[in-house]
Design a protein around this ligand. Structure first.
Ligand code: B12
Ligand code: SF4
Length: 475
């Protein structure tokens, strides 16, 4: 059936190996709204267009299952959102869809293609058009043009398209200046099975009913391992009023009272942060939330205010306990300040998560020891230890891009070491990875906190049981 009313079918592809098989651990993994697709579809709806979303990543669909759903829609235009981890699945799906319907127009957007546009379009011929960077205005203009009798795309800013087997890149599009005035409130109803399909990190959330919000774009810091190809350095944000309105709609219509702020850096603008907290408190919203913060942006007063507004946990990008590694990462925070802020946050009753990266090109056994020593002095409720990956769009990728390994895109996922570190053999690095985790989780206070999370939520127990049952039954 061809759904002629549909202007575009938006797809968040399966990520990495989930494209081929279903993991029994899918119930314990968190699943997050593709906020980019939500924002794009809401903007299109506001401008009179009709979009649908398939969120394969959240629903744990395989590539085959995704294809079946696409077939049911049989759209004239399909658009994928992809990071480096999911670009191969997006390209695979696109080429299968083109085989089924050679007339279909295929569009790609997101962080991977925004990082290396020409390379992506050269490698993956199944993408007809790429939308670079911030997508709302560009996609809307592009879809209108594709429906019109005019076929020339060269005056649409912010895209790459093919013409006679050549790639044409148009002029860049300016970022949206006033986000709250230009972008509508997200229309959550477009997400299939929202909020049920979306689950917070297991053992680290006060509620299973959760919504993600991204309330700012761009980050003023310049960490060398971080990809800022979509929104750049220029920090722009939605107003406190806009954010409170989102929260009110989500609590009223979906009974959600726990929010994950997935901003790169939720706390960077002190005045805005104070306004948000004050408004949450004044409106008696009675919610809890988690966010990310750079240690340089927090003060004792701000921590107390965050707690009063319902802040449940803060994730800190600590990265390493070695000054040498922090320097090579271009991190501007210092270790003592980081320790003091983390410990103060924890002693004010806010759970603390430390985000660390292991295995960068500069890592040695000595710097790993320094990280363990650093962790010893931190009151952290939990940690997230990523395996270093030189993602396209980062300074590391620019330094290392001539290494062949680098185009194994779906292994750039934070859970696989690449062969980038020359100081430590790969098998030792794997052991070191577990040594750090073991050191952290063997700690009595960490064990006690985690036991509390396990026993405190029947949903956590249910998710874990489902995964074990699946593992045993090979489902
Ligand atoms: C929330 C988040 C997650 C969540 C949820 C992801 C999801 N479902 O969207 C979780 C925790 C699961 C996650 C996981 C990972 N993430 Co992540 N994540 C983010 C984060 C912080 C916010 C994403 C977001 O919602 N942004 C807000 C929306 C509005 O922006 P957007 O998605 O980019 O969409 C805009 C444009 O890109 C464009 N666009 C996007 N898609 C499309 C599609 C079309 C058709 C069009 C026209 C336009 C378009 O228009 C949108 C609106 O302007 C970003 C950083 C960031 N600031 O964006 C990192 C980021 C996307 N993640 C990243 C990485 C590396 C990962 C992981 C590999 C693990 C890790 N170590 O963190 C995995 C891989 C997951 C996967 N399968 O792809 C990198 C990607 C780098 C790269 N080269 O691709 C980023 C950029 C972080 C960084 N700064 O380095 N992530
Ligand atoms: S890692 Fe965080 S603080 Fe550093 S540049 Fe990226 S978003 Fe900004």
């Amino acid at each position: 059936m061809n759904d002629n009313s549909l202007d575009v079918l938006l797809v968040n592809p399966p990520s990495g190996s989930a494209g081929y098989t279903k993991s029994p651990w899918r119930y314990v993994l968190s699943s997050n709204v593709s906020y980019g697709l939500l924002s794009l579809s809401s903007y299109l709806t506001k401008h009179g267009m009709n979009a649908a979303i398939i969120d394969s990543s959240a629903h744990s669909y395989t590539n085959a299952e995704t294809l079946e759903i696409v077939k049911r829609y049989d759209p004239a235009c399909i658009a994928f959102s992809a990071t480096t981890t999911s670009i191969s699945n997006a390209a695979y799906l696109c080429s299968r869809i083109k085989e089924l319907n050679p007339e279909i127009i295929t569009i790609i957007g997101g962080s991977h293609v925004s990082s290396i546009p020409e390379r992506t379009m050269q490698l993956f011929k199944s993408f007809d058009i790429a939308v670079l960077n911030e997508g709302e205005l560009t996609l809307s203009e592009l879809l209108k043009r594709l429906k019109s009798s005019r076929s020339d795309l060269s005056d649409i800013k912010g895209i790459i398209f093919r013409e006679n087997s050549k790639l044409i890149r148009t002029a860049p599009r300016q970022f949206i200046e006033n986000l709250s005035d230009t972008l509508p409130l997200p229309d959550w109803s477009i997400l299939p099975d929202f909020p049920k399909a979306y689950q917070p990190p297991i053992f680290f959330s006060p509620s299973s009913r959760v919504a993600t919000l991204v309330t700012s774009r761009g980050c003023p810091y310049s960490c060398n391992f971080c990809n800022k190809s979509v929104f750049g350095n220029n920090y722009r944000s939605f107003t406190a009023e806009y954010i409170i309105e989102c929260i009110k709609i989500l609590s009223r219509d979906y009974n959600i009272n726990y929010f994950l702020f997935y901003d790169d850096n939720f706390t960077v603008d002190k005045q805005r942060l104070t306004n948000i907290c004050d408004l949450i408190i004044k409106s008696n919203l009675n919610i809890s939330f988690s966010c990310d913060a750079h240690v340089n942006t927090l003060t004792p007063e701000i921590i107390i205010l965050l707690k009063r507004a319902g802040c449940w946990s803060i994730s800190f990008g600590l990265e390493s306990g070695s000054r040498k590694i922090l320097e090579s990462f271009g991190k501007t925070s210092d270790l003592e300040k980081a320790r003091d802020i983390v410990n103060l946050t924890h002693s004010n009753g806010i759970r603390t998560k430390g985000l660390f990266i292991l295995g960068s090109p500069e890592e040695t056994l000595g710097t790993i020891d320094e990280t363990i020593d650093f962790i010893k002095n931190l009151k952290l409720s939990t940690i997230n230890l990523s395996k270093f990956a030189p993602y396209p769009g980062t300074k590391y990728y620019d330094m290392l891009q001539h290494d062949n390994e680098i185009e194994l895109w779906d292994t750039l996922n934070g859970t696989t070491f690449t062969d980038i570190n020359k100081n430590i053999p790969l098998d030792i690095l794997e052991k070191e990875y577990y040594r750090v985790l073991k050191y952290f989780y063997n700690n009595k206070h960490v064990f006690a906190e985690h036991l509390g999370y396990i026993l405190g939520s029947s949903n956590n127990v249910l998710r874990l049981s489902k995964s074990f049952a699946c593992k045993i039954a090979h489902c």
